[in-house]
Design a protein around this ligand. Sequence first.
Ligand code: FE2
Length: 260
Amino acid sequence: MSKIYRVPALDTNYIWIIQPDTAHDHVWIIDPGESEPVLRLLAQLNLKPVALLITHHHKDHTGGIAGILDTYNVPVYGPESERIPQITHYLHDGDSFHIEHLAVDVMATPGHTLDSHSYLVHADAGPNWLFCGDALFSGGCGRVFEGTAAQGLASLRRLTVLDDSTLLYCGHEYTRQNLIFARHVEPDNEMAGQRLDNIDRQIATEGASLPSSIGLEKQINPYLRLHSATLQRSIEHHFGEKISDEVALFAHLRRWKDHF
Ligand SMILES: [Fe+2]
C-alpha cells in the first residue's frame, strides 16, 4: 500500500512525500521549499528518500533541495530548466517514469512559470494523484507570471480532462482566500459557497483543505468555469466591456484576482 505525507513549509506551502509501499522505507519528496521539516519527518519516521521531484523553479518549491542533498545523495527529477541547477533527470511533456511500481505521466502546464510541470501518479488502488505545483489550486490557479493567458488556460484545460476522481495535491494552502474570490465573482455557485463555509472546520479537523479533486474543482473553481453565464457577466461588469472569448475571460479574471 502507498501513502502520502503532507509537510507544511514556509508560510503556505505543502511539501508532499510519497511512500510507494508502506512495507518499505523508500520515499520521493515533491517540491521541498525548505529542508528542515522534511529532514525532521524522515528521521522521525525512519524514511529513506530515493529521489526528489520538482514542479517548477520558484524558490518556495526548490529552496530545500540543497539542504536535503547535503544529507542524502539522491537524484532530482524535474523540468529541463537552467533555473533548477540540481536537476539530474530531465522530464518533458509526454514522458512517463516510475516511482517504484507507480507509473507517472509528465504534463507540461506552463502559465505560472514556463517550466511548470504537473505529475499524474497512477495509484495502485483508488483514484490517481495529481501533483501540480502552482498550476492549479483548490478554488484558484497560480498567477500567470511567465506564460501567456492562452498557455495558462490551455494548461488548466489539460488538467480538467483528467478523471473527476483524480486527487489534487497542489503546492499551497490558498483555498480559503481563493474561495472568497470565487464567491465574489460567481455568487450563485452554491457548491463554492458551501466549500467556503466548511473550509475552516475542514482545516481544523484534517489539517488542510487538500487534497481536492478534479471533479470538485470543476464545480467550484472559477478558472475552470468560464462557461458560467454569471461569471461572464461579473467579469464584463467589473471591467465594463464586452468580452467575447474564453482566453480573454481567463486573462481578465486572473487580473481581477491579482488586485482583489
Ligand atoms: Fe509556490
